[in-house]
Structures are given as C-alpha cells and as structure tokens.
Design a protein around this ligand. Structure first.
Ligand SMILES: NC(=O)c1ccc[n+]([C@@H]2O[C@H](COP(=O)([O-])OP(=O)(O)OC[C@H]3O[C@@H](n4cnc5c(N)ncnc54)[C@H](OP(=O)(O)O)[C@@H]3O)[C@@H](O)[C@H]2O)c1
Length: 314
C-alpha cells in the first residue's frame, strides 16, 4: 500500500477523508490555494481546472488510490459558470481516471444524487439518469467518461453532511450555525435526500475500495428524510428547540432547479461491503460525538482559503 491522493482536500468530504486516511497511513491532499509549505507537506498544490497542472499528477505522487472529490459542487455554481464546471467536473475527472488506470491505481469518483430528477425517489443504480441542472448533467457525463477511461473505477453517488474546515460547507452546519444564534431557520419539506454522515461515507468508500468492485454505487444512508426533518432531528440531538426549525418550500426560496425526492437505494452497496450504512438520523449521533471529540478544530487545519469560504447545496 503506497497511499491515497485525495483531490478537494480542503472541502467537506476531502478534508474528512484526509483526516481519517492520514491516521492510518500515507495520504496526500490536492488543493489549489495551499501554500507550498502548508500542513507539513500533507498537500500538493494544483489547480485541477488547468490541464497542465493536472498532467501526470497521479504518477508524480506515486499513490495506489485516488479519491477524486474536487468539483464545483453546488447547483448555483455550475449554473453560473457552465464552462468552468465542465472543465473541472467532467474533463479533469476523465483525465484523472485515465491517469489512475495507466498507473494501476484504484480510482474512486464522487458523483451525486442530482443525476436524477427527483420525480420518483428510491432510485437504483440502473435507473435511467434524468438530471435537471447543469451540475447534474455534468456529473452524468463525467460518470460516463470516467468509466470509459477507467473500467475498474468506482463511481460513488452520494449526498452527505458533517463538519467542514470552514464550518460553512454542509447542511448540518447550516442548521447548527443558525440554531446557535437566536434565529429560527427554514428547512425544506419538499426535498428528500439519503444524506449520510461524512464519517460513515468515508468508511464505506474505504471498504468499497478494498473490494474489487467497479462501476456505479449508491453510497448513501439507509433511510433518507426531508431537509426539514433533518433540521428538526439535528436540533433535538444538540439540545435546541426543534420548534425553531420552520417548514419551508425550496421553490419559494431557491432559483436553480432541484429534485424533490432524491433518495437512493443501496442494495448494490450492501452486496459489495456486506452491510447498510446508518440512517440519516442515526448518523447525527456520530456528528455529535465527533464534535465532542474535537473534529471541527482538527479540520480547520485543512482550510487554506481564507477568502473563498465555500458554500453548499442547501
Ligand atoms: N456535499 C454534498 O452533500 C454532496 C452531494 C452530492 C455530491 N457531492 C459531491 O461530492 C464531492 C465533494 O463535495 P464537497 O461537499 O466536499 O465539496 P466542497 O466542500 O465544495 O469541496 C470542493 C473541493 O473542490 C476543490 N476545488 C474546487 N475547484 C478546484 C480546482 N479548480 N482545483 C482544485 N480543487 C478545486 C475545493 O477547493 P477550494 O477549497 O479551493 O474551493 C474543495 O476542496 C463533489 O464532487 C460533489 O459534487 C457532494
């Protein structure tokens, strides 16, 4: 085992993955704004939107696993910069998948539940994709190109929450931060997701990577909920008044299109790794335990973007 390369190492998923992987072995993050001497050499600097910067990256790093999380990861971000989104979300993914194949490195590509339109919910991997946003269309195209360039790759369709380096990058932080002030907060009753605690997602990705599985997997919580239910459950778990989470319709608040019911079936994942992931609500227990264990502070060292604090898909 020579180690992992994690793109998007300053993001919600990438930083959490790096924290856990670095405990157990060699793991390097890729980030575009990291100072050359940052974090004790735990990062390599590369803007993955630049073909030159990503050229030969996997070979140079000498790793046998690549977890590719970097993306323009919001629906609004992709709508406002479709060309930039295509270069990073599609071309860079295809390119890194091909590099990993050439180096015989395991490649895990992070896709999304937004490959579906959310009309029916309960989606299986073989259901036809039906994206309704620039973001979702890009991920569908990236999935296709990644698997064409690297038939051994794992494509993980996900939705997750957790603590992040900036403290602002996830749905859990959105509710937690608002509830920590005196303000009430709106939760969408019309958006349902199989959102997974990021610690459980990272563990499942590692388990999948250790199998010889390839192709598309829904790596998701066993029972999804609406974002409103999630907000109320989070409030209860952290001792806030759940009555401060108000029901709101996403269509009254947001402009860009979102699917209503994006819950995912996970039979294929269970067959591959031998178990289900905890439910969305059960994951809150570990979100809380990790807060008490100081995980938010540990993650801060992965934030190299003092000016460009990221956002998330509410
Ligand atoms: N969050 C969710 O619930 C969710 C749901 C479905 C799918 N996903 C997918 O999961 C993956 C990770 O999402 P996330 O929530 O962790 O996203 P995130 O917190 O926004 O992190 C995105 C990462 O990509 C990096 N990045 C952006 N542009 C880059 C560039 N040009 N070169 C190098 N790195 C660049 C960012 O770096 P900076 O810090 O410099 O911006 C950041 O580290 C994405 O592929 C996303 O589409 C997320």
């Amino acid at each position: 085992m020579t180690g992992w390369l994690v793109t998007g190492g300053t993001g919600l998923l990438g930083a959490n993955a790096l924290l856990d992987l670095q405990r157990d072995g060699r793991a390097l993050g890729v980030a575009r704004n990291v100072p050359a001497d940052a974090s004790g050499g735990l990062f390599v600097r590369a803007d993955l939107s630049s073909r030159a910067a990503r050229s030969g990256l996997v070979a140079k790093m000498g790793v046998d696993h690549v977890l590719h999380t970097a993306a323009i990861a919001t629906i609004e971000g992709c709508e406002s910069d479709p060309e930039g989104a295509f270069e990073l979300n599609v071309r860079a993914s295809e390119d890194l998948a091909a590099q990993a194949y050439a180096e015989d490195a395991r490649f895990i590509f992070i896709s999304t539940d937004a490959v579906f339109d959310g009309e029916s919910g309960d989606y299986a991997e073989e259901d036809p994709t039906s994206p309704i946003s620039e973001y979702g269309r890009g991920k569908v195209e990236a999935e296709r190109r990644v698997l064409a360039a690297n038939p051994d790759a794992v494509v993980a369709r996900v939705n997750f929450y957790g603590w992040s380096p900036t403290g602002t990058r996830s749905l859990a932080e959105f509710f937690y931060n608002r509830l920590s002030t005196d303000a009430d907060v709106g939760g969408f009753t019309d958006v349902k997701v199989s959102t997974t605690y990021v610690g459980h997602l990272v563990r499942a990705i590692r388990e999948l990577a250790a199998t010889d599985a390839s192709g598309i997997f829904h790596v998701a919580a066993s029972h999804g909920v609406s974002k409103y239910e999630f907000g109320r459950a989070l409030a209860e778990r952290f001792g806030f008044d759940p009555g401060r989470v108000n029901s709101v319709l996403s269509t009254d608040v947001l402009d860009a299109p979102r699917g209503a019911d994006l819950r995912l079936r996970t039979d294929r994942l269970r067959a591959a790794i031998g178990h289900d992931l905890p439910s969305t609500i059960a994951g809150l227990r570990d979100l809380q335990a990790d807060r008490h264990a100081g995980r938010p502070e540990l993650l801060k060292k992965f934030d190299h973007n003092e000016e460009t604090h990221g956002t998330f898909d509410r």
